[in-house]
Design a protein around this ligand. Structure first.
Ligand SMILES: [Zn+2]
Length: 277
């Protein structure tokens, strides 16, 4: 049985503000150890529960945050950028039985520690078929197209609540309780590692592949914090402006939907000016 861990950093133990997740800062150096602790706890729990292969896909920013040398020797890790399925790369080869979202967070415009959807501040909201969407929700639709269930979600308490919308059967672990976008009541790495390990072991029986879901078409809307960004995004084929600060597109599959979303975020990032946004 093979499990894929999609590992994001904003929802990791102890992480509460931008410097904690910004590669190169002293705070990031400190927090990447706690992030690694969360991921390794999930690895250990998955093996405890009967998994025999675990692949960790780095899913935060440069996708070079985890300390490989501190992971259990049985695990493998996919490090670095430019992957066709981005945060859930690795699910498409037909050999993954379950996916764990470790260190996840709530979506842009929602309450939650470091809430955002891909871009930290330029995107103020994402809607999928009219419902506000988090990265967890979008990625859950992608993995469903390969018939793979989401079995475990970790992050702040609001991320665990968000998971009920896309993976109601998944085990969840809140490593911290939301106070504001940049504040949380945090539990120690020793405590959260024990909680994550136990939940991961319990989650393994949920890793039962099913018939791939064809859930499309997916109508996606993205709202930006500045008007010119919606204009910039229209260079991506199929993307249209639907309001001053909003774009819309429709994809037949979430595979295409997430790829178009990545193209939009790449173009929009390049269109942000330092002072004016
Ligand atoms: Zn993220």
């Amino acid at each position: 049985m093979k499990i894929l861990i999609s590992a994001d950093m904003e929802g990791a133990t102890g992480v509460t503000w931008p410097a904690d997740v910004l590669p190169g800062t002293a705070q990031w150096e400190r927090c990447r150890a706690m992030f690694t602790s969360d991921v390794n706890a999930a690895v250990l729990g998955l093996y405890d529960g009967g998994a025999d292969r675990v692949l960790v896909n780095e899913a935060h920013w440069t996708m070079r945050n985890l300390l490989l040398e501190r992971l259990d020797a049985r695990a493998e890790m996919l490090t670095g950028r430019h992957k066709s399925l981005s945060m859930v790369e690795g699910v498409q080869h037909g050999d993954v039985d379950g996916v764990a979202f470790v260190g996840y967070h709530t979506g842009a415009g929602a309450e939650g520690v470091l809430a955002h959807t891909y871009l930290a501040n330029s995107i103020t909201g994402v809607w999928l078929n009219g419902l506000r969407a988090s990265e967890g929700l979008l990625n859950a639709h992608v993995v469903a197209e390969y018939g793979v269930p989401v079995i475990l979600v970790t992050g702040d308490d609001l991320t665990c609540a968000d998971a009920a919308a896309y993976a109601p059967d998944a085990r969840t672990v809140a490593v911290k309780d939301h106070v504001s976008r940049y504040a949380a009541v945090c539990r120690t790495p020793a405590r959260t590692a024990a909680d994550i390990r136990a939940a991961a072991a319990e989650a393994v029986p949920l890793a039962v592949r099913y018939e791939p879901v064809r859930g499309g078409p997916f109508a996606v809307e993205v709202e930006f914090d500045a008007e010119h960004l919606s204009m910039a995004a229209t260079v991506v084929p199929g993307v249209e402006r639907c309001a001053e600060r909003r774009i819309a597109y429709t994809s037949g599959t979430m595979y295409e939907g997430i790829r178009t979303f990545k193209a939009v975020t790449t173009v929009v990032s390049a269109a942000v000016e330092e002072q004016y946004g």
